[in-house]
Design a protein around this ligand. Structure first.
Ligand SMILES: C[S@@+](CC[C@H](N)C(=O)[O-])C[C@H]1O[C@@H](n2cnc3c(N)ncnc32)[C@H](O)[C@@H]1O
Length: 287
């Protein structure tokens, strides 16, 4: 039995993991791609080896060969969910990249002024990870002076583990130091359970659900704003195109899409055009 240690914030065991054969790597990579859209090139074998090591230990398999044999014999085994979850990269932080949130701060009062007061503003974070993006949106909305207007923020992610973390709204000292200003920390969090927990006024604006972007998105409803940041980078072009088309269908007239710093709709879809003067913000082209 290995005595590997999981480093804080890491999915990687500190010891040298088992190596995976090319045939087993292909089984894992094909399954992950079919279920999540995440492309694992052959250069990612080391990542598969290190990320799946914990699953091997939890199930007391003899190694990656046995894990893959289980998957081959029963592709619909719940093990497949565990593997996909382990292969997601969940790096995130509060107010990531700052500029999209500066734009949001300016844009929310515009939406508030143009959309009937009886109608909620709906905002979707489509790859919410452990929730920092949704809580950053919620804090921005609370600071925007929208009066009694209802704001509904939906955070979805394929990873059950991350959705559970996001729902808890509990962050370590290290995590709150990544992107949160001291005034926001004091105003919107309280010390609890060895970390910092989001306050109820922030928590109340946000709902989290496990949702795979490969699935039908229609049950999620319509949104004025969609944050789909730092997830398209893991997909191939046809998958990006399909996901962006499905998101476009979920956008209210005049809806805006926020992408990550390394992502673009250029060369992928003509359903979105860049907003002039706004970094990483795209307008949904009317139908
Ligand atoms: C790098 S994080 C981005 C978090 C946040 N949006 C940000 O920019 O900080 C990428 C997230 O995408 C999620 N993800 C990957 N494939 C997905 C899919 N098919 N459907 C939904 N979420 C997915 C992962 O679980 C992970 O939490």
């Amino acid at each position: 039995m290995s005595t590997a240690v999981i480093l804080p914030g890491s999915k990687n065991p500190a010891t040298r993991p088992d190596t995976i054969s090319p045939a087993d790597f292909a089984v894992i990579a094909d399954m992950v791609r079919a279920r999540s859209g995440i492309v694992l090139g052959v250069d990612k074998a080391y990542l598969v080896e290190s990320r799946l090591e914990q699953i091997v230990r939890n199930h007391r398999y003899s190694g990656l060969a046995e894990l893959t044999a289980r998957l081959r014999s029963n592709p619909n085994d719940p093990l497949a969910y565990e593997i996909v979850d382990a292969m997601t990269t969940n790096e995130t932080l509060f107010f990531r990249d700052a500029k999209p949130f500066d734009h949001l701060r300016r844009h929310l009062p515009v939406l508030h002024a143009t959309i009937p007061a009886s109608q909620p503003l709906r905002i979707w974070s489509a790859a919410a990870s452990s929730g920092q993006e949704c809580y950053s949106i919620a804090i921005t909305a609370l600071e925007a002076g929208l009066g009694t207007r209802t704001v509904q923020i939906l955070g979805t992610d394929i990873s059950a583990e991350q959705v559970a973390r996001a729902q808890q709204g509990l962050y370590s000292e290290f995590e709150v130091q990544r992107g949160l200003s001291t005034p926001n920390l004091i105003k919107y969090f309280r010390k609890a359970d060895g970390g910092w927990r989001v306050n109820d006024p922030v928590r109340r604006l946000v709902e989290f659900r496990r949702w795979n972007l490969m699935e039908d998105l229609r049950p999620l409803g319509m949104f004025e704003l969609v944050f789909c940041r730092n997830v398209l980078i893991y997909f191939d072009i046809p998958t990006k195109r399909r996901v962006l088309a499905a998101i476009w269908e979920r956008m209210a007239p005049g809806g805006l899409l926020y992408l990550g710093g390394a992502e673009t709709t250029f060369g992928v879809t003509d359903k979105f055009v860049p907003c002039v003067g706004a970094h990483q913000v795209y307008s949904a082209v009317p139908a």
